[in-house]
Design a binder for this molecule. Structure first.
Ligand code: ADP
Ligand code: MG
Length: 240
């Protein structure tokens, strides 16, 4: 579904992604972990081509991503993204937030977009909040709206960049439960998170990054019980 080959990226003199090879199969859940500054967010943004790359190739469902243009815009809508900060439109209701992109970008009819939006809000447990504005919701609820909004585009894959890091502890589990359910439903997901419980129960693979490189790419059982690299051992000793 997602394939990166030899991807390199620089910010000025800073080499942030170094020879990244990563394959995410259809229905696979890949958790990306690693120290702050290791390139996890940059990796997410490059998969979606929110950032240009210096060299290498990125393919979605077998189609190489072009550098720019209409085809890139189309392929980009195939990959949904959920950020740490929910990025909802503050002046629009929950329902309007979820309907917006399908109507504007996909030119879906309003009644059809609304029907689908209600279905998705039900799925994330927020149908009763459809008429509210983001500020009237808790952080956990806002993040679940953000997930529904991403799903409204019927993406082939979803990227999550630390979706629970900005949440109060008691709200983390309601968001992780929605993500667990998506994983069980077969959604292809790349999830940057330090929630090791989620990694253990939902991930097919754990990718450990350090200094812009993928240092380990293994099953959660193998990674957590017997990390191979010193960097991973050191990292795990600090967070577990
Ligand atoms: P992570 O998400 O793992 O914490 P990032 O991908 O955010 O890491 O950042 C990787 C490196 O790239 C860091 O050294 C960061 O300071 C740098 N960086 C990230 N975004 C930019 C940017 N827009 N311009 C310059 N440097 C950046
Ligand atoms: Mg980050």
């Amino acid at each position: 579904m997602i394939e990166l080959r030899g991807v390199n990226k620089h910010y000025g003199p800073l080499h942030v992604l170094k020879d990244i090879d990563l394959t995410v199969g259809r229905g696979e859940v890949v958790v990306v972990i690693g120290p702050s500054g290791s390139g996890k967010s940059t990796l997410c943004r490059t998969i979606n081509r929110l950032e240009a790359i210096g060299s290498g190739t990125i393919s979605l469902a077998g189609h190489p991503l072009p550098e720019e243009g209409r085809e890139l815009a189309r392929l980009r809508t195939e990959v949904g993204m959920v950020f740490q900060s929910f990025n909802l439109f503050a002046h629009k209701t929950v329902l309007a937030n979820v309907m917006l992109a399908p109507v504007k970008v996909r030119r879906k009819k309003k009644d059809e977009a609304e029907r689908r939006a209600r279905e998705l809000l039900e799925r994330v447990g927020l149908l009763e909040q459809a008429h509210k504005y983001p500020a009237q919701l808790s952080g956990g609820q806002q993040q679940r709206v953000a997930i529904a909004r991403a799903l409204a585009m019927d993406p082939q894959a979803l990227l999550f960049d630390e979706p629970t890091s900005a949440l109060d502890p008691e709200m983390i589990s309601e968001v992780l439960e929605v993500m667990q359910q998506l994983a069980r439903d077969g959604m292809t997901m790349v999830v940057v998170t330090h929630e090791m419980g989620f990694a253990r129960s939902a991930a097919n693979r754990v990718v450990f990054m350090a200094d812009g490189r993928i240092v380990e790419d293994r099953s959660p059982e193998e990674f957590f019980t017997a990390p191979r690299s010193e960097r991973a051992k050191d990292f795990l000793s600090k967070i577990l």
